[in-house]
Write a protein that binds this ligand. Structure first.
Ligand code: UD1
Length: 318
């Protein structure tokens, strides 16, 4: 019998990372989490706390990353500052976390003999170029520091797979949503904010005219893509779109969330945010053909699950 594979998840106490931790445990992995608990929370790991090794520290701290990577076969690098407008305001900080942090992870992976690094990249690498849907063969054209940091990180991954024998896979996440995405900040993902407001009966704000659209993807689909990216042979050095392949405008999203929450949701409108792109839609053909990725949970189903989760959580808290 072979030993259980060991995984490190950076950002593993965060939204996506904590879902990934649960899945990897179910798949028989030994799981270690590196998280600085800035946006990640130990509560996100509550259900699996006894099975997960938690190392509290920062991806900007190279010796600490080195320590956290020890004995691991695979690293899932999810730790990041995820907000596009925040990167417009604080580009040095997001550079240090999002790009230097990735370089630190790659250096440790090389030094410690990690077999594969799977990276949480972003659709933001495509920027405003108007051709839809986005394919991985298109030239990247990020408009905000966040997208630049994610693209530069991905280029580093390519170099690591070509030069140092560390297998790397870059997953270009589109707009991920689901339970544990924190709605509390102005920088939070739009679905988390709108669901929170729908269930509180307060009014959401749309920045712009609401015609901008995104390819929203439920977190379980993203976890599945990560699992495939870690286990499929012959995919090193590749980048894959991870979306649903369906576009939803913010105006349509209001109606869909209203329906899932059993309410009528209307928004107020404010000027568009700096650094925002208008449109984003994935072509997921490459991920399907090479990884076997199929987004099993639709946007509607994901919204229904998220609303049910938030309702349960609030019922439990009161
Ligand atoms: C999101 C992710 C980013 C990811 C990228 C991939 C977050 C916070 N950002 O960026 O990490 O890499 O997708 O495509 O998860 N909006 C409103 N009202 C609000 C909040 C947002 O109208 O209260 C609008 C924004 O102006 C934007 C759209 O909703 O037009 C989506 O914004 P947001 O959820 O922040 O995501 P992205 O910027 O697309």
């Amino acid at each position: 019998m072979t030993a259980s594979p060991r995984a490190l998840i950076t950002g593993g106490a965060g939204f996506i990372g904590s879902h990934l931790a649960e899945r990897l445990l179910r798949e028989g992995y030994k799981v270690r989490v590196l998280d600085n608990l800035t946006t990640g929370k130990t509560e996100n790991l509550a259900a699996i706390a006894k099975d997960v090794e938690l190392e509290v520290g920062d991806v900007r701290d190279q010796p600490f990353v080195d320590y956290a990577v020890r004995d691991c076969d695979v690293v899932f690098h999810e730790a990041a500052i995820v907000s596009v407008p925040y990167s417009v305001e604080q580009p040095q900080e997001t550079h240090d976390v999002n790009l230097q942090g990735t370089l630190n992870v790659l250096q440790s992976a090389r030094k410690r003999g990690v077999k594969r690094v799977v990276f949480a990249c972003s659709a933001a690498v495509y920027g405003e170029e108007p051709t839809m849907p986005k394919r991985e063969t298109m030239a990247p054209a990020p408009v905000a520091p966040y997208g630049v940091e994610k693209m530069a990180s991905e280029l580093y991954l390519g170099a690591w797979s070509a030069l140092y024998g560390v297998e790397t896979v870059s997953l270009r996440y589109f707009n991920v949503f689901g339970p544990r995405q924190d709605p509390k900040s102005a920088y939070s993902g739009v679905i988390s904010i709108f669901v929170d407001r729908a269930l509180r009966g307060t009014t959401p704000v749309i920045f712009g005219d609401g015609s901008q659209y995104r390819d929203f993807v439920y977190v379980d689909n993203v976890v599945e893509a990560n699992f495939l990216a870690a286990t499929r042979p012959g995919v090193s050095g590749r980048a894959y779109n991870v979306g649903c392949g369906a576009q939803t405008s913010l105006n349509d999203l209001l109606g869909m969330i209203g329906k899932a929450a059993g309410t009528t949701l209307t928004a107020t409108y404010q000027p568009a945010r700096a650094g925002d792109i208008h449109a984003s839609l994935a072509d997921i053909t490459r991920a399907r053909d090479e990884l076997g990725y199929v987004p099993k949970v639709s946007v509607e189903e994901g919204l229904a699950r998220l609303v049910a989760h938030v309702k349960r959580e609030r019922a439990g808290a009161s």
